[in-house]
Design a protein around this ligand. Structure first.
Ligand SMILES: Cc1ncc(C[n+]2csc(CCOP(=O)(O)OP(=O)(O)O)c2C)c(N)n1
Ligand code: SF4
Ligand SMILES: [Mg+2]
Length: 303
């Protein structure tokens, strides 16, 4: 996918804008929204050929602020809603915006099957390590000891490791970035969009209102960029201060290794672009089954 020059651009960032967002001041969701609008304009995605699908949460408001088609669906359910679209409308660009609660709590079941079916979409998970919209309950990624409204004496359990979890489920694409790494976010999004299958972009997202200590976005000592010729470069703005290592995204064992380290890694953990995609498989099957034979497919079953 080559990026159009400014003379070739039909859609400007303004074309992707709608209502003014209603997030708290300093919320990382703003940066993600700006990044998404910039990406769509960079790639000249026709707003009428795109659907943004979300669940419920502060993150779930994202489709309201993008001038594309959008579905603000049910808590935890953006993945099955998107699968329906992927099966029937392969001509559309489908992006999902989900939260840590939406993706790993109530939507955890659907995440298993989205990953397993490997259908074509980009899933952006905005992880602020808290339930933001419902005012500060512990989420699966809340760190031990953080004071939340459901555990006012501090979260008791060890947080779910989202990268390890998704690699363990067999995801064909897992990348990690942060809302304040604007260039890196765009590079990761492009790589995810080019991926044939279920591409997961995990975003460290600031929630100054209910989880201000989750990410120290002012320093870069605690994270490391993973670079590779088949991955994405470190963010140039932060690269000089941050650690950078080489990681081949085809190496699943190393991906697990980095996912488990206490250091936070940003970059492409893993990609396998050779796997079958459920939506394409089903469409092929339908195309190869003559209309007259379709009604007989169930004849061998006693139902
Ligand atoms: C079926 C159902 N259960 C619970 C809720 C209440 N609820 C709304 S958003 C939310 C958590 C959202 O957390 P997260 O996905 O992390 O999003 P954030 O607000 O942090 O972006 C919950 C529990 C709901 N709306 N629907
Ligand atoms: S509660 Fe947190 S995630 Fe929600 S809008 Fe406010 S800062 Fe953003
Ligand atoms: Mg959250």
């Amino acid at each position: 996918m080559s990026t159009p020059t400014s003379q070739e651009k039909k859609f400007t960032i303004k074309d992707y804008k709608t209502a003014s967002p209603r997030w708290c001041a300093g919320c990382g969701d703003y940066a993600v929204l700006v990044g998404l609008r910039k990406y769509l304009s960079d790639q000249q995605i026709d707003p009428s050929s795109m659907v943004n699908i979300s669940g419920i949460g502060c993150s779930g408001r994202m489709p309201h602020y993008l001038n594309t088609f959008g579905i603000h669906s049910i808590h935890g359910r953006p993945i099955p809603v998107t699968l329906g679209l992927a099966l029937t409308r392969p001509d559309l660009t489908l992006f999902i915006e989900s939260g840590d609660g939406d993706a790993f709590s109530i939507g955890g079941n659907h995440l298993i099957h989205g990953i397993n079916k490997n259908f074509n979409t980009v899933l952006v998970i905005l992880d602020n390590q808290i339930y933001g919209l419902t005012k500060s309950q512990t989420s699966p990624t809340t760190k031990t000891g953080v004071l939340t409204s459901s555990e006012p004496t501090g979260a008791k359990m060890e947080a779910v490791n989202p990268i390890r979890f998704m690699l363990g489920l067999g995801a064909s694409f897992v990348a990690s970035t942060a809302d304040w790494l604007s260039n890196h976010f765009l590079d990761i999004l492009k790589k995810a969009h080019e991926h044939p299958g279920f591409a997961i972009v995990h975003v460290s997202q600031r929630c100054p209102k209910y989880n201000p200590g989750a990410y120290d976005y002012k320093s870069s000592q605690w994270y490391t960029f993973m670079e590779h010729e088949n991955g994405v470069p470190a963010d140039q703005k932060f690269g000089p201060d941050a650690q950078i290592i080489q990681h081949d995204p085809s190496d699943l064992e190393k991906a697990f290794h980095f996912a488990q380290e206490p250091t936070k890694y940003y970059g492409l953990f893993y990609q396998d672009a050779t796997r079958a995609c459920y939506d394409a498989v089903i469409r092929d099957q339908v195309a190869q089954t003559p209309q007259k034979d379709r009604s007989q497919l169930l004849d061998r079953f006693e139902i």
